[in-house]
Design a protein around this ligand. Structure first.
Ligand SMILES: [Zn+2]
Length: 256
């Protein structure tokens, strides 16, 4: 089995799409479909044929180009079972722990509600890749539009349980602001300070900060560190319930 090749491309103001290609089978998957033109241009650049389109959630910056991409490529569309707004054009609906085949390997759907109730993340265990949509960001997490803090905490805990050497692809370039916020609530974290500096340099050069290793998220992402003594102290919440800490972090990040 050859390893998958990922090609990340920007669209909209701060979205990322990703093409995932297997040279042996020639199959290519795309994660999300916010902008058909950008997806088709990326496929054209690489000379790859789209076989699968994987949809994380119903928000239009992840779905607006779905029908055009499907029509142009004839790809199979895999996406979440309906829990909130319907997504038109899905061929195969997946729920938590469902698996499907892509390029000779099993891909697992992980249901991670919180940002939306329908959110599905895609885990390629053989290749140590996870596509986290708007659930887990680099040094952050998604806003709670349809779920609550307890729901989102349980969702990020599912991702936190994956192997540390899993590469995390999230759907937005929010890392610079996330790094500033993380530093404010985790001021004595040396790994975080170093990462924040690196992120600043990358963004100055117009470079992406996504993807990142899960092990680095575990050391620097406050939403995965809701039991960290330094963060609890900075929040003035020593001894507080983990859900309350998560809710406080999310609330503070909303106003940041
Ligand atoms: Zn969203």
């Amino acid at each position: 089995m050859s390893s998958l090749v990922c090609h990340q491309f920007p669209y909209g103001s701060d979205n990322y799409g990703v093409l995932v290609h297997d040279a042996d089978s020639g199959q290519t998957a795309c994660i999300d479909a916010g902008d058909a033109k950008a997806t088709l241009a990326a496929l054209n650049d690489k000379g790859w044929q789209l076989s699968h389109l994987l949809i994380t959630h119903h928000h239009s910056d992840h779905t607006a180009g779905l029908m055009d991409i499907k029509q142009a490529t004839g790809c199979a569309v895999i996406g979440p079972v309906q829990r909130s707004s319907a997504i038109k054009g899905i061929d195969q609906h997946v729920d938590d722990n469902h698996t499907f085949e892509f390029a000779g390997r099993q891909v697992k759907a992980i249901h991670t509600p919180g940002h939306t109730t329908d959110m599905i993340n895609f885990y390629f265990s053989d290749d140590k890749l996870v596509f986290t949509g708007d659930t887990l960001f680099s040094m952050g997490c998604g806003r709670l539009f349809e779920g609550d803090a307890a729901m989102m905490l349980a969702s990020v805990a599912k991702l936190n349980a994956l192997p540390g050497d899993t590469l995390v692809y999230c759907a937005h370039e929010y890392t610079a602001t996330n790094a500033k916020f993380a530093t404010a609530v985790d001021p004595d974290n040396k790994v975080l300070a170093q990462r924040a500096t690196e992120v600043g340099k990358l963004r100055e050069q117009g470079e992406p900060t996504v993807p990142s290793l899960l092990s680095l998220e575990q050391q620097t992402n406050p939403f995965l560190r809701t039991r960290d003594a330094g963060i609890l102290k900075a929040l003035g919440m020593e001894g507080a319930d983990e859900v309350a800490v998560f809710a406080e972090l999310r609330e503070r990040r909303n106003g940041y």
